[in-house]
Write a protein that binds this ligand. Structure first.
Ligand code: ZN
Length: 234
């Protein structure tokens, strides 16, 4: 009788061990399955992100002029945030800009670039240091900017004959409604020149920013990742 009781309790214990072992096996299999799935998803997203191929714009076309304000004190921070006065874009975006420069040349203009690729840490400086009520005019570093992807450009036109910057309804980096592409103030000539710039850029796969006549995003921006490489390392 005692033996039967011992055998019965051994049987119950063995049964319990088996159940615990089966549960552990199930949990481990589930974790392995989920990990495999996540690895598969990660490699899929890596495949769809384009490799960084930043190029210096003026190396493709030296007739494009530069006025890199963020490498000088002549900007809204009144201090230089770039060590070098250079402008980079992802190669296909830069190539599109070269076509635009050729097109505006036939109308007596050239492109004058204020900024292209912008390292993420500079976007963070802008956000931290701009007056809070002007934050709508700078990108939030949480999401990053299209400039950080090397896919946005800030620019205007210059006259080929005089080399002078063309007059627009307001200066670059004016944080007010005067900067809106829809702004109806300024002179007729200024609006005409602004509208011409926007029209030619939009014919070449760029989209103007709704609050900055000088800022243009290329349509394929999502394919590039946010970068934080300083100009000195490019
Ligand atoms: Zn911009």
């Amino acid at each position: 009788m005692l033996n039967t009781i011992i055998n019965l309790s051994e049987f119950i214990l063995l049964n319990l061990y088996l159940k615990v072992a089966m549960s552990i096996l199930f949990i481990v299999s589930a974790i392995l399955f989920l990990n495999m799935k996540s690895i598969a998803n990660t490699s899929k997203s890596i495949n769809t992100i384009k490799a960084n191929e930043l190029v210096e714009i003026i190396k493709l076309d030296s007739t494009i002029k530069l006025d890199i304000r963020y490498a000088t004190k002549n900007n809204f921070l009144s201090r230089a945030v770039y060590k070098l006065s250079k402008a980079y874009l992802q190669k296909p975006v830069a190539e599109e800009l070269i076509s635009i420069n050729k097109e505006v040349k036939s109308r007596g203009y050239g492109l004058l670039v204020f900024d292209g690729y912008r390292p993420w840490s500079v976007t963070k400086i802008f956000w931290d240091e701009v007056d809070p009520e002007k934050r709508q005019f700078v990108a939030n570093p949480t999401t990053g900017s299209i400039h950080n992807r090397g896919c946005a450009v800030d620019l205007t036109l210059y006259e080929l004959a005089s080399g002078k910057e063309v007059k627009m309804p307001c200066e670059y980096d004016t944080f007010s409604e005067k900067a809106y592409p829809s702004y109806t103030g300024g002179t007729k000539e200024e609006r005409k020149q602004r509208d011409f710039l926007i029209k030619v850029m939009e014919q070449h796969n760029f989209k103007v920013h709704p609050k900055e006549w000088w800022h243009f995003d290329h349509k394929d921006c999502d394919l590039y990742s946010i970068l934080d490489v300083p100009f000195e390392e490019l």
